[in-house]
Ligand binder design. Structure first.
Ligand code: BDR
Ligand code: CA
Length: 323
């Protein structure tokens, strides 16, 4: 993570929190803090086609120039059981704010192929990050297609995993992105890429509530769109009896711009593949002097109030340059 704008390729499955992450990235690109190059989508919160049309819609409403959206994997690497999360994100995946008639995704090339091609091309002139906000299927495919990619990447920032109590949000042990395609997580972990992980343990430290609605000062038309998404996400949670919501992917995205918000620890991570433990993540950190091959940097702590303020200001759409 560097001071000069890095190139970012986003792989995601919008999803309300993915959508607010995409919106934020568009704002940060406008402020010259990142070079937001392309989006690939994966089957996750919703089936693939919905995640792709949602991503294209969100970029359009966010005022992104011509950031292309590609359709990637429509199922996990080897599992036949598909899992979605409409209960959290609503039947359209965006809490009801989706509208027809916006820009279409690009269907001419598979998202994983395009991800691989763009990493190679962009790495010639800048540092490249992949921000992975959904199941890791597309990344695993891209790394299999081009095993040299992990070395070309500055890093892979992943929202996923759950380590401590209270456990997972999809099974008692597993977080959603890891539960959907555990084999893909395993492959990405052993790829040699520098992986930075924002797990549920951290995203659950930053709840958003009704009070935060007043703190989003919408200064642009696109800011009003972000506010609408935020409100829709909150209402869905309220209908389920909760007073707060977690915007996992948006919080994870903020680590690209303000990595010092998080406390990362180098760890060795293993993923469960069978039965109840499918998608369960286990980590241990290196003890002093120990020869353990660490493969991920896991965030265990976050500066809660600064992270929340940074995101709320970003969603207003008027810039968050004070941070
Ligand atoms: C993750 O699961 C999805 O529902 C969210 O978009 C996020 O990426 C949180 O477990
Ligand atoms: Ca997601």
């Amino acid at each position: 993570m560097s001071d000069t704008p890095v190139t970012v390729l986003v792989d995601c499955d919008p999803g309300i929190d993915d959508a607010l992450a995409l919106f934020a990235l568009v704002q940060w690109e406008k402020e010259g803090r990142v070079r937001f190059e392309a989006v690939s989508t994966v089957s996750g919160n919703l089936p693939l086609r919905y995640t792709a049309t949602n991503a294209a819609f969100v970029l359009d409403k966010s005022g992104a120039g011509d950031i292309p959206v590609y359709l990637g994997a429509d199922r996990p690497l080897s599992r036949t059981h598909l899992q979605f999360a409409e209960k959290i994100h609503g039947p359209d995946g965006l809490g009801g704010v989706y509208e027809e008639g916006h820009v279409d995704p690009d269907e001419t090339v598979h998202g994983a192929i395009e991800l691989a091609r763009r990493v190679r091309k962009s790495a010639e002139r800048s540092s490249v990050w992949i921000l992975a906000l959904g199941p890791l299927t597309n990344l695993a495919i891209a790394f299999a297609l081009d095993p040299g990619l992990p070395d070309l990447l500055e890093g892979v920032l992943v929202m996923g995993g759950a380590f401590g109590a209270p456990g997972g949000n999809t099974t008692p042990w597993a977080e959603f992105n890891f539960a959907v395609d555990p084999e893909a997580v395993r492959r990405v972990c052993v790829s040699g890429a520098r992986i930075f992980l924002i797990p549920l343990d951290v995203t659950h430290q930053v709840p958003f509530t009704e009070r935060d609605l007043q703190r989003i000062e919408t200064r642009t038309k696109s800011g009003r769109f972000a506010l609408g998404l935020f409100q829709a996400g909150l209402h869905l949670q309220q209908r389920r009896g909760a007073h707060e919501m977690y915007l996992h992917d948006a919080l994870a995205a903020s680590a690209l711009i303000l990595p010092d918000l998080f406390q990362f620890h180098e760890c060795e991570m293993e993923i469960g593949l069978c039965g109840d433990l499918a998608g369960a993540s286990l980590v241990r950190s290196r003890r002093p002097g120990e020869e353990v091959r660490t493969n991920v940097s896991v965030a265990f702590g976050v500066e809660v109030s600064r992270a929340r303020s940074f995101l709320l200001q970003t969603w207003g759409g008027g810039g968050a340059s004070g941070f």
